[in-house]
Design a protein. Sequence first.
Length: 213
Amino acid sequence: MTLTKLSASFYQSHDTLTLAQLLLGCELVHTTAEGTTAGIIVETEGYLTDDPACHAYRRQTVRNAAMFGPAGTLYVYQIYNHYNCINVVTGPEGVGEAILIRALEPTEGLDLMALRRNEAFRTGFARYRHNTIDAETAHGQQNLCNGPGKLTIAMGIDRKQHNGASLTTSELVIRGPVLHDFDMVTTTRIGISHGADLPYRYYIQGNRYVSRK
């Protein structure tokens, strides 16, 4: 069965938290000259304009400008001066809301994913030991994309290249859904100090690729 990419109207037709749930089970796909990598979205977090944890909470800046674009735009930002995080912009243009993709279940291009992760560690981009392929040996492919920084390395997603790009016209798309029958867990978000009590995190129950249960 050939899956089609999600359309602009799909991103425009749902509010941020609804879309954060609907993206579960869909497949993120990146086609490059190196090859194609893909993974099923198994964990997301929503960030709303009135949410103190949202990058657009105070005002529009050069850094967060992509968040104010049309729904389906990519917002890619960097944390710790090393790791990129990929977000799907949602809501009406000019509002500033997005969904963080936190984890993927790898489905295609696993060798390329592993190569990218290993190269990133070798060159010092991924500094921490748990991000190396050595540490993944005991868990197979489970740790390739089970975190927002890990998945952008594995998928070849770069802030300079992809921030502000469109999921409907670029080589990076979301298609599907691939998974249909699953239970969803709704809980609080991870790694934030503001808005930590808001239940805006969603993941597929029992999926071993989720970053943290």
